[in-house]
Design a protein around this ligand. Structure first.
Ligand SMILES: Cc1cc2nc3c(=O)[nH]c(=O)nc-3n(C[C@H](O)[C@H](O)[C@H](O)COP(=O)(O)O)c2cc1C
Length: 359
């Protein structure tokens, strides 16, 4: 039997859950579920929002879960939980991705770690002023297992990455599945926003006329028509143009395959994101390129576009200097011109947390 409330759960459990819920997720889909059974707190991928959403193996879902795990780990440290109380990974094969048991909790928890609480997406324009050297040095040594971070500041390399994002984005706007997924995620009215999931269009910081254009393009048949007149090219151009309005691009890179690489990428992404935001540097993720590469690896690119994505893949390999590595995430970063953008909300707690009560 399930009960859904934090009331009656120990303080440390509600502290960890609240920290976890601050994690980012693709289109704010929140593909996570916490279960507390009176002794153990466990983290799973949500059946509906995760497994039946993008899918249990989709890198975006696994990275979101990785980001939750990073938040749990930072929160556990802030609480002074001994290392062995928080275990990561699905050792039992039950699908549980992290597990916390704390028999003898210490002091009552204070506020959540500021970095966890304040991290957010900013889709506005950024200053082009170069990043601070200390921050660059900090990013350069960040690792999570085989995953690493690379900062792209040099103009020519940035130009090449932007070109690849534009090409990937052009394909995205010709894909009905992705288009419908985005359409279902958008929240236009206050009632829709109040649901607490998806993308509040106000958080997209669209230019004047952008919202009307977005609404117009949501109907797939209309998008197909727009594409005949170069709609996908125009949208992709606008998306990639934002990559010029920043100080640098930050990439999360690692082996193209391997157990747990996506979760590790999510942990690293979250650590990088928190570190940047803590230094006043805004972050805007671009998943469109990694998404097309993943589609290619899993045979989900339409036959007529396969050669284009192969070309993108080869160009990414050249930029990374290795065909064995891939890019898990690309971030546009810089000092923001809009310092406090509209923040995405979260679903009501009962949609992501349940208490298992023995019958
Ligand atoms: C795996 C992943 C992919 C994402 N891809 C994009 C993206 O392509 N474009 C974008 O604007 N935001 C992207 N985001 C940011 C999410 O939309 C954002 O995290 C979510 O709406 C919650 O907002 P918050 O980060 O402000 O908490 C991505 C986030 C994750 C974790």
């Amino acid at each position: 039997m399930f009960v859904m409330s934090l009331r009656g759960t120990p303080d440390w459990v509600s502290y960890l859950v609240r920290a976890g819920l601050h994690a980012p997720s693709a289109d704010n889909s929140q593909p996570w579920q916490f279960v507390w059974d009176g002794r153990t707190l466990e983290l799973f991928m949500h059946d509906e929002r995760g497994k039946r959403g993008l899918g249990a193996d989709h890198p975006a879902n696994l990275m979101a879960l990785g980001a939750v795990i990073e938040n749990l780990s930072q929160a556990a440290r802030a609480l002074g939980m001994p290392a062995e109380t928080l275990q990561m990974g699905d050792a039992s094969g039950s699908g549980c991705m992290a597990r916390a048991v704390w028999e003898h909790p210490q002091s009552p928890p204070g506020a959540l770690p500021a970095g966890v609480q304040q991290r957010h997406t900013n889709r506005g324009p950024f200053e082009t002023t170069a990043l601070d050297r200390r921050l660059l040095a900090e990013l350069a040594v960040m690792r999570q297992g085989p995953l690493r971070v690379a900062v792209v500041s040099e103009a020519q390399a940035r130009e090449r990455w932007s070109g690849l994002v534009r090409e990937a984005s052009e394909l995205r706007f010709q894909n009905e599945e992705i288009h419908r997924w985005l359409g279902d995620s958008l929240r236009f009215t206050p009632e829709e926003v109040a649901r607490g999931d998806g993308l509040d269009v106000a958080s997209l910081l669209l230019p004047p006329g952008g919202e009307s254009l977005l609404r117009l393009s949501l109907d797939w048949r209309r998008m197909v028509l727009l594409n005949r007149f170069g709609g996908c090219k125009l949208f992709a151009l606008l998306e990639a143009a934002m990559l010029k309005k920043c100080a640098a691009l930050v990439t999360v890179i690692g082996p193209a395959s391997g157990t747990g690489v996506e979760v590790a990428a999510g942990r690293l992404l979250q650590r990088v994101w928190i570190a940047l935001n803590e230094m006043g540097i805004a972050v805007h993720p671009y998943f469109v390129l990694p998404d097309q590469l993943h589609r290619l690896r899993t045979g989900r690119v339409a036959p007529e576009f396969v050669h284009k994505v192969r070309r993108i893949e080869a160009a990414v390999g050249e930029l990374l200097g290795s065909r064995d590595e891939t890019v898990f995430m690309l971030l546009r970063v810089g000092v923001p011109r809009v310092a406090a953008p509209v923040r995405s909300r979260r679903l009501p707690l009962e949609r992501s947390f349940s208490v298992l009560v023995s019958p």
